[in-house]
Design a protein around this ligand. Structure first.
Ligand code: LMR
Length: 394
């Protein structure tokens, strides 16, 4: 049986992680996988996480199973963080999942249960695992225009025109904030236009919210999806706690399914619970409990928000600093977009050959499509990164 399997290439992000690890050069620079790094290049455990873990260690008396949908207190805390009061709680079915990837996977599994013929509209470009999961589930995939590479920004008209081709029974994947990989986000007016298209077509929004707090702040980053939740009859949100709580390996995630009424929410919850049961039974609990500890304690929550704000501000500073350095060395303003974009990622417009030059000749790793993780920059490595970009012909 096993010999009948076909070899599987890792996706471009995982492949680059492996290549970076294998590179013996001590001064290599990792601007690949989306993890936050501080000035020393470390991905620290956040202060509030440490404190909540300590409290948990002191107080937790059992590691017995929790509920199949996850801990209700966690789900309520995540609902509040993401949706606030955009929609009545009784209309929301929530389940815990292993990370944001688990949330996307189970959400699309739910879509397939409801409508195996659903077409899934994906932004071009998108996080590579979106297309991989859609393909694995055997759902039809349709790309919609999203990014205008010449303008280094949103292709608003193309996006709205293509989304107009979705229909009832189809799903539209949207990035809640900090679009991965482009860094080009929707404005409030763009979100309103998307809501109008979804109202007209009847397609279901699936919002992937993996970076809440990394773009413009915890509240601002949720405004677009809250507006959708308030206007549309139904919606799915896939939530990740990997980045904004720094809990990558603990796999903290959730699905918030907004239904038209309480009875439909109950129906959705039952189906989601069933999918959890079949896939991994109980979702991971440790990280979820840490998040609950932070969100439900005023002091820990304030400290978490302060540290998250500092991380966001640091990324903004690094963006500005790289743009400034490139302006100084090149004498051109063509890199100004780096400072204007949001979140961890930007597409630097590098061809695969230029990416290879940056990597092989300069030890600077960006993803093959030219995605740069700006959180991997530091004041110390920015001059080298800028020179590598220019030497590669950017
Ligand atoms: C990324 O886009 O680099 C992160 O979301 C990590 C991942 O799982 O791909």
């Amino acid at each position: 049986m096993l010999s009948r399997l076909s070899p599987q290439a890792p996706d471009k992000i995982i492949g680059l992680m492996q290549a970076f690890r294998a590179d013996p050069r001590p001064d290599k620079i990792d601007l690949g996988v989306g993890v936050y790094r501080d000035a020393a290049g470390a991905t620290p455990v956040m202060r509030a996480v440490k404190a909540a873990e300590e409290q948990l260690w002191q107080s937790q008396q059992t590691k017995g199973y929790v509920a199949i949908e996850g801990d209700p207190e966690f789900l309520e805390a995540v609902r509040g963080l993401v949706l606030a009061d955009a929609v009545a709680a009784e209309r929301v079915a929530a389940i815990g999942t292993p990370g944001g990837t688990g949330a996307v996977r189970i959400a699309l599994d739910l879509v397939r249960l409801a409508n195996p013929a659903a077409r899934v509209f994906l932004p071009d470009p998108s996080w590579p695992n979106h297309a991989a999961i859609v393909g694995h589930l055997g759902l039809e995939q349709v790309e919609y225009r999203y990014y205008d590479a010449a303008l280094r920004g949103l292709d608003r008209d193309g996006m709205l025109a293509d989304l107009g081709g979705a229909g009832p029974g189809d799903v539209v994947i949207l990035h809640g904030c900090c679009h991965n990989p482009t860094g080009a986000d929707l404005t409030a007016a763009d979100w309103a236009d998307v809501a109008a298209v979804l109202e007209r077509t009847g397609a279901l929004a699936l919002v992937d919210l993996a970076y809440q707090g990394f773009g413009a702040g915890v509240e601002a980053d949720a405004e677009g999806l809250r507006m959708l939740a308030a206007r549309l009859p139904e919606m799915l949100v896939a939530v990740s706690g990997s980045k904004n709580f720094g809990l990558y390996r603990e796999r903290v995630g959730a699905i918030l399914a907004v239904a038209g009424d309480a009875a439909t929410a109950t129906l959705a919850r039952g189906n989601l619970s069933n999918l959890n049961r079949q896939t991994y039974a109980f979702p991971p609990d440790h990280g979820a409990r840490v998040v609950t500890g932070i969100l439900t304690d005023a002091e820990l929550r304030a400290d978490w928000l302060a540290e998250l704000d500092a991380m966001r501000t640091r990324m903004e500073g690094l963006r500005a600093s790289l743009a400034d350095t490139l302006r100084e060395i090149s004498g051109s303003d063509r890199f100004a977009y780096l400072a204007a974009q949001k979140g961890m990622f930007s597409l630097i417009g590098a061809t695969p050959d230029q990416v290879a030059v940056m990597r092989d000749a300069h030890g600077v790793y960006v993803i093959g499509d030219g995605r740069m993780n700006v959180a991997g920059l530091s004041e110390a490595n920015i001059p080298r990164v800028a020179r590598a970009m220019l030497a590669a012909g950017l």
